[in-house]
Design a protein around this ligand. Sequence first.
Ligand code: ZN
Length: 159
Amino acid sequence: MKPEFRIGYGYDSHEFQPGIPLRIGGVTIPHPQGLGGHSDGDLLLHALTDALLGAIAGPDIGSLFPPSDPQWKNADSAVFLCEALQRVKTAGYELVNLDSTLILSAPKIGPHAEAIRKQVAGLCGISPDCVSIKAKTPEGLGTENAAIASVAILVKRIS
Ligand SMILES: [Zn+2]
């Protein structure tokens, strides 16, 4: 018998670059810099995708969607999240809740947290009550030019 609950944890970081859109949790946030690297640079959706894949001990996001593959350049990270959600379902589980922490010096996430929460809840098909978006500044980390996300999730066996 499969366990009734499993936890998942995901982590991601991206570097700020001028002149590209800033996407966090599927929301475009007004800011002079965006996050470069893989796809649209949406580190929250990447960490969430890895947390979902981790909960079912699946392959990680980099294995499923290699950054070296040109088809994922500027891709909407919701595509990665949808694949992870589908794999969780196929494994016989569903997402219960998620708890996230963003670490970045700017912009302030507070004014956008509710929009991010609603967007992520919508993408996952769960209530916004089950989505936590927390943000901190990188005190003492020396990561002022980067954004970091960590996400913990719980999945429940589908009965
Ligand atoms: Zn990423």
